[in-house]
Design a protein around this ligand. Structure first.
Ligand code: SF4
Ligand code: ZN
Length: 726
């Protein structure tokens, strides 16, 4: 490594440590040693300090303990945490000490409400959890930490569009004389926000620490690593967190010191500055520090340097097309035309046809297009009829393919798609219209994407778009009949009625020991994979993450254990899990990766279970929030008494059957109850407890176990008279 970098880095480390030391002394003087300090909604205290030093910082006193270790580390002294990297002449110790120190500094400034400015600051655990699936299925290909503004606003917009189209999420920090990358984007009218893959962390360089302490939680949440296992944690980040730093326009000694810390985790730095280059080093996969001054080449240089695999969709439409645009909204002010929702009758329907009935690539518009809207109108009726033929196509796959229309249409920039079937709602923005987007392009998108993602089961696709009232109404009647048939068929499917279950191993790229077993009555814990989805996915990619598990003789019907399932899980969990009960919370429950929609947890004192979903941030009667509970459930390990599940599993007849099923449910957040709505009430009726849905408590009734027990006793909840759970 060049001497210049080492000298600058050393100065930077000293500067950051000085700042932190002073801030800490001040804070203690003002608030006392016992004043508490924390980041919002995390189970990992100050995550970097927690992960690397195995310290749980809760007070300023804890900060001081951590800080004295950090000072030692910066001098290369192996402390009790034995964190001291000998490689690269020990220079990384300074880098890591800088990062740790910056985390404490950021926490101190947050405590004083001086930080962050111009961004979201600390990223809560639940965001990392919610991104899990997008990371494993490739919709998010990588994470760019962009420091500083681009050389001009057009370059900023160009760069970000390039990243978006390649599935790269950008985290923004830093400024030059007040100018930030986020401001540049706003000036060009680019919409910010996680749903658009652009997250401003804060306008100072210190805010970059939020990207680091975000990344360091991945090995803790998904990888099953424990705080203090810093070597494994660093390896995990290097191999599994596809992040890199893009440094623009400005560098100083603090940035160099920070950069050294980042390099220690194997994350490369790409810059537009003329600095000494650094080839592959011990910690990185490829080059460590690379200059690229041509902004047009910057994005691909970043991707190459980090070794990121990008999936780009080849779709011939006049607007940018990528997963990054999936969450984008089209607001009323931007609206050219809308279909469905409250505005008009609309629906989408996909069915399998014979070979002779389908002409591949044929897209027909029957009725008028969106450039003939009458003055003052903003809506039209619309029927999207997709017809496919495939040698390996099955009737069962129709709803699965149909459900993808939502995603496919949303990927187009300037289009918004909500819902499915006859509950869809589509908006097209003025901007997309001005760029030349017309109705037939919806067909183009569906045709191209079905071929791209489902070529194993789809050979030919044609799309018909109807916009005349009478056509839409007539076709809707036919479709509704089929929707009902499909629902009935799905309801009739039980674990007993099939001879094969499917695995899902998709999350193993983050949680290497985790295996989901998906059955007709129990979907994957992320909520995204039903048994049919997994089956279709196996047909599409026979060597992929969804493998058939042929049911063998049953070992235990109450627990839901089969020898073949146990054997499969043992083999695929790297021999860490030898038994799995499909229907039990207490006895060998399924492991969790980290991206579960809900957690089911035993409340022993009330002889029942509670369930909490990811969006609920309040307290639960278990004495823990979702975030805290989640900390003990992930990482691909079994935790009896705690279970990550998909929302719909709550409605399954197999829901914790071994513990007595739905009757055990004593508490859930109001929002979740409303979400399950009628279906929950119906399930309660089915089990002969018509009042159950009503007497299950929520946060308006109880947030402590005492309140909960009082309520259950008052209403006579059935759980109280069931067999003891423990
Ligand atoms: Fe991950 Fe399980 Fe969902 Fe598959 S089903 S994506 S393994 S959580
Ligand atoms: Zn997962």
């Amino acid at each position: 490594m060049s001497d210049v970098l080492v000298q600058l880095g050393t100065k930077g480390t000293d500067a950051v440590l000085d700042l932190t030391r002073n801030a800490l002394t001040d804070a203690i003087k003002k608030k006392g040693k016992d004043a508490s300090i924390s980041f919002p909604e995390t189970n990992y205290y100050l995550p970097l300090v927690n992960a690397l030093l195995n310290l749980e910082v809760k007070t300023l006193n804890d900060c001081q303990r951590a800080f004295s270790e950090i000072e030692g580390l910066s001098q290369g002294i192996a402390t009790k945490s034995t964190l001291a990297l000998s490689i690269m002449g020990g220079i990384f110790n300074k880098g890591i000490a800088t990062l740790l120190s910056e985390e404490i500094l950021a926490a101190l400034l947050t405590m004083e409400a001086k930080h962050p400015q111009g961004g979201i600051g600390f990223i809560p655990d639940k965001i990392l959890r919610s991104l899990g699936l997008q990371l494993v299925d490739g919709r998010i290909a990588g994470i760019a930490v962009i420091l500083g503004p681009a050389k001009d606003v057009d370059s900023a917009a160009g760069l970000i569009r390039n990243f978006q189209s390649k599935g790269i999420v950008s985290l923004l920090a830093g400024n030059i004389n007040g100018n930030t990358f986020a401001k540049q984007l706003e000036e060009k009218g680019v919409e910010l926000g996680l749903e658009n893959y652009i997250v401003p962390l804060g306008s100072d360089y210190l805010s970059a620490i939020y990207a680091v302490n975000f990344a360091v939680r991945a090995p803790l949440i998904y990888g099953g690593f424990k705080p203090g296992q810093w070597q494994g944690i660093a390896e995990y980040i290097k191999n599994r967190v596809p992040a890199f730093v893009l440094l623009l326009g400005h560098v100083d000694e603090v940035i160099v010191a920070t950069g050294l810390g980042v390099l220690a985790f194997g994350l490369p730095i790409i810059t537009d500055l003329d600095v000494p280059q650094l080839g592959k080093i011990e910690t990185t996969l490829y080059e460590a520090l690379v200059t690229e001054s041509d902004y047009k080449k910057l994005a691909s240089k970043c991707i190459l340097t980090r070794g990121i695999k990008v999936k780009v969709a080849e779709v011939d439409v006049p607007v940018p097309y990528a997963a990054a645009f999936e969450g984008e909204r089209v607001r009323r002010e931007q609206l050219h035309v809308e279909f469905g929702g409250k505005a008009s009758t609309a629906f989408e329907f996909l069915s399998a046809k014979t070979e002779a009935e389908v002409e591949d690539g044929k897209i027909e518009l029957i009725g008028s297009d969106i450039d003939t809207l009458k003055a003052g109108t903003r809506s039209m009726p619309l029927a999207i009829i997709v017809e496919v033929y495939g040698r390996k196509m099955q009737k069962d796959f129709e709803p699965i393919l149909e459900r993808q229309i939502h995603r496919f249409v949303n990927y187009a920039m300037g289009l918004m798609h909500v819902g499915q079937r006859d509950m869809n709602w589509i908006r097209i923005s003025n901007d997309a219209f001005d760029k030349g987007f017309r109705l037939k392009h919806i067909g183009t998108v569906i045709h191209a994407m079905l071929h791209q993602e489902y070529s194993a089961i789809v050979d030919k696709v044609q799309v018909k778009l109807y916009t005349r009232d009478e056509d839409v109404e007539r076709l809707l009647k036919e479709a509704t009949g089929v929707f009902t048939e499909r629902d009935e068929r799905l309801l009739g499917m039980t674990d007993e009625s099939v001879d094969t279950y499917y695995s899902c191993l998709l999350c193993q790229s983050f949680a290497p020991n985790h295996v989901c077993v998906v059955t007709p009555e129990r979907l994957g814990l992320c909520g995204a994979y039903s048994w049919l989805d997994a089956k279709a996915s196996f047909e599409i990619t026979p060597t992929g993450p969804n493998q058939p598990i042929k049911k063998s003789a049953i070992l235990d019907g109450r627990l839901g254990q089969w020898q073949s399932v146990n054997d499969f899980v043992f083999a695929k969990s790297n021999k860490t899990i030898d038994k799995v009960s499909m229907y039990s919370l207490m006895d060998s429950p399924q492991s969790s990766c980290g991206c579960f929609e809900c957690i089911v947890a035993v409340v022993p004192e009330a002889n029942g279970v509670m369930v909490v979903h990811r969006d609920y941030s309040g307290m639960t009667p278990s004495g823990m929030t979702f975030t805290t509970l989640a900390g003990s459930v992930g990482g691909g390990v079994q935790t009896p008494g705690f279970l990550g599940v998909g929302k719909l599993y709550i409605l399954s007849k197999k829901f914790i059957l071994a513990e007595g099923g739905l009757k055990r449910l004593i508490w859930m957040p109001k929002e979740l109850k409303e979400l399950l709505g009628e279906r929950l009430i119906e399930r309660c009726r089915e089990i002969g407890e018509p009042d159950l849905a009503q007497i299950i408590a929520d946060e308006t009734i109880a947030t402590t176990s005492e309140e909960l027990i009082a309520h259950l006793t008052k209403v006579g909840h059935p759980a109280l008279s069931m067999d003891p759970m423990i």
